[in-house]
Write a protein that binds this ligand. Structure first.
Ligand code: FMN
Length: 164
């Protein structure tokens, strides 16, 4: 059965990881944006990627996982502005995991993605201190996902395919 890599992206970070995963997997495969996926009927396995928006998955992504991906084997890949190794990562990843049944979720990958300048400018103007904080940390996100993070995503894809 075909493997699907599907993703949503606003500024390209998650797409970069999606393409690395797609290039790594072998066999019958397809890559396409999440909003173009009607159904997962024709796929044996799906990698689903999205950026973190406001401390969790964007609603489009969580709805997709809860409805179209229900009772299907999936792996998630997620990009976010939060640096790895900080205590804020676990709750973010936890919120992503909550979207699917544990038995359907084969694995989850996450890495940092640059906060686009225009997004940082926009967040700095929002009347929400938490979002303003993200706007301020743009400098620490420049260059991500970097080569190592792309390589880690490839290794993640390999490990997932071996598990199936
Ligand atoms: C509206 C908005 C809210 C965001 N909120 C968060 C957040 O709560 N935590 C975080 O780590 N990153 C947050 N980010 C940063 C993105 O998750 C990060 O830049 C991601 O890599 C973007 O992926 P993309 O280029 O595929 O759209 C936010 C970005 C936007 C646009």
């Amino acid at each position: 059965m075909k493997t699907l890599v599907t993703y949503m992206t606003q500024t390209g970070n998650t797409k970069k990881i999606a393409e690395a995963i797609y290039e790594t997997i072998s066999g019958d495969k397809e890559i396409k944006p999440l909003n173009e996926v009607e159904s997962l009927e024709n796929y044996g396995f799906t990698f689903i990627g999205f950026p973190i928006h406001q401390m969790g998955p964007p609603q489009i992504a969580s709805k997709f996982i809860e409805t179209k991906a229900k009772n299907r084997k999936i792996a998630l890949f997620v990009t976010h502005a939060t640096p790895l190794g900080t205590p804020f990562i676990e709750p973010l990843v936890g919120k992503c995991k909550e979207c699917a049944d544990e038995s359907d979720m084969v694995g989850i990958y996450n890495c940092q993605g640059v906060l686009a300048q225009q997004v940082a400018d926009m967040l700095l103007k929002v009347d929400n201190p938490r979002l303003q904080q993200f706007g301020k940390m743009r400098d620490a996100t420049v260059g991500h996902p970097n080569e190592q993070e792309v390589e880690n995503a490839r290794n993640f894809a390999k490990e997932i395919m071996e598990k199936l």
